[in-house]
Write a protein that binds this ligand. Structure first.
Ligand code: GLC
Length: 479
């Protein structure tokens, strides 16, 4: 049997309330499997979230000194791509980063309309600029814009009933103690070396990093997700970031938080090397979920929680020269593919310097939302495909004590209007096309034929919901 959440046989040790920013004076508590399942429940059911990359790079829009930096790839890396120091970068970027009033409400409404259940946004990216009003940094929105952008965003998300996630960069191209000389495998803009010479002390950077995270965990109400980014094989975990203390600090302040695995870069934490490959394993002491980036694992990752993050064109941060927009159908198919493999989809927007969302993203997110309005029940709270490969599409399922539902997702509409499913042994008590239309069911032996309604267009990504009785019983030999 696969597709049912299995294998969470571990317990996680974390701190109880009362921890200090330094992570000391914490009483360790072991989380039971039941507690862990309860903590992960909303996240597993959500299936669809919005990622937001937004910071100083956004206003530069892929340009530097009047030249195009590139037409593809991560433009949130602009400082590194042009190889400039933090002062030159900031003096060019700051005047162009001018968030308009109410930008966060636009994001929150768009996320809601798209059917996202949570939004993870960059509180600080690799350039080191913090979006909150920080007491431990003056390279932040508080000092430069006299605004607390994190508060504005969190408030807007809460108004729309969305869960809140903070993406936070470990890498820091601004802080004068971030020790890039030790951080092998983690890129660093060449120009900085000449601007801020002298020895660096990573423990001082870590004091700052922990204090900054402490502010974020203390001042904005419940934080549902912390999305760390990132480590290399050579520089990771406790040695690089005092990661275990950081986790303790976060869990003490936000006991229900769900965290990714990017404070670490070892096989136990689900990594192969420094590329984007991920292993289908994760010891929960290193994080709650693993993070395949820009790809969907071929067979999912049974037994662990995972979330694929993806861009809508080819960059995370805004680049006006990137026109590689994917189609609405691709986004919907990816969402279905991911849900049918038991994962979450974190789909990125890169707002502009004024906070407005590129119109291509708005259009596509609305199209996803229109599809979710009709078909959302086949995504939210469902689990992975219990069949083998289905030639015409894929499947998600919802199990109850007395039976359940199978949702058949049509990727290639059949020319004769019939979907054939092999191996399903349960009695079927009804079937319908989501959005309307009765589906006739003809069973013979282990072959079930679903006859789609005529007169209704059966489009790519149409969904047939099938009610079955009893414990799901499938013969695995064929499809
Ligand atoms: C990478 C990139 C980063 C992006 C992230 C999203 O690690 O460094 O720019 O924020 O992936 O997954």
């Amino acid at each position: 049997m696969f597709g049912i959440i299995a294998g969470h046989l571990f317990t996680t040790t974390f701190a109880t309330l009362g921890a200090t920013a330094g992570g000391d004076s914490t009483a360790a508590k072991t989380e039971s499997l039941t507690e862990r399942e309860a903590r992960m429940k909303w996240w597993r059911e959500a299936r669809f979230g919005m990622f937001v990359h937004w910071g100083l790079y956004s206003g530069l829009s892929g340009n530097w000194n009047g030249k195009i930096v590139g037409t593809n790839g991560g433009m949130e890396w602009l400082q590194n791509r042009v190889g400039t120091d933090t002062y030159t970068y900031a003096s060019n970027a700051l005047p162009l980063f001018r968030p308009k009033p109410g930008f966060a409400t636009e994001w929150a409404r768009l996320a809601k309309e798209a059917g996202c259940r949570y939004v993870v946004f960059t509180t600080k990216h690799h350039d080191g600029f913090a979006l909150h009003d920080s007491k431990v940094s003056d390279y932040d929105a508080g000092s430069t814009l006299h605004r607390d952008l994190v508060k504005e965003i969190v408030d807007a998300l809460h108004t729309e009933g969305l869960r809140v996630g903070f993406y936070h960069s470990m890498i820091d191209w601004h802080h004068d103690q971030y020790d890039y000389t030790r951080a092998k495998g983690l890129p660093y803009p060449g120009g900085n070396k000449s601007v801020m010479s002298g020895p660096r002390d990573q423990s001082k950077y870590n004091d700052y990093l922990h204090a900054e995270v402490n502010e974020l965990m203390s001042n904005y109400g419940p934080v549902d997700v912390v999305w760390w980014d990132y480590s290399s094989k050579e520089f990771q975990g406790d040695d690089a970031w005092r990661a275990s203390d950081l986790i303790k600090l976060v869990r003490a302040k936000q006991p229900n938080v769900v965290m990714n695995n990017r404070l670490f870069r070892t096989a136990e934490a689900g990594w192969v090397g420094n590329d984007m490959a991920t292993l289908p394993k994760l010891d929960p002491q290193y994080g709650d979920f693993t993070t395949p980036e820009q790809h969907i694992p071929a067979t999912g990752m049974p037994g662990i929680d995972w979330e694929t993050c993806m861009t809508m064109n080819s960059t995370w941060g805004f680049n006006e020269h990137d026109h590689a927009w994917k189609s609405d159908a691709t986004f919907i198919r990816n969402l279905v593919d991911i849900a049918s493999k038991g994962g979450n989809y974190l789909l990125n927007i890169g707002p502009k310097g004024d906070g407005s969302v590129p119109e291509e993203s708005v259009k596509s997110l609305r199209a996803i939302g229109a599809w979710m309005k009709v078909n959302g029940e086949s995504i939210y709270g469902t689990t992975a495909n219990p069949f083998g490969k289905l030639d015409w599409g894929s499947c998600t399922k919802r199990l109850t004590d007395t039976g359940g539902k199978l949702y058949f997702h049509i990727t290639i509409p059949p020319l004769d209007g019939k979907l054939v499913v092999t191996g399903l042994k349960n009695r079927i008590s009804g079937a319908r096309l989501l959005g309307g239309g009765k589906v006739e069911v003809a069973s013979s032996g282990q072959s079930t034929t679903l006859v789609l309604p005529t007169g209704i267009p059966i489009a790519t990504n149409s969904v047939v919901a099938v009610n079955f009785e009893g414990m799901l019983d499938i013969t695995k030999s064929g499809t």
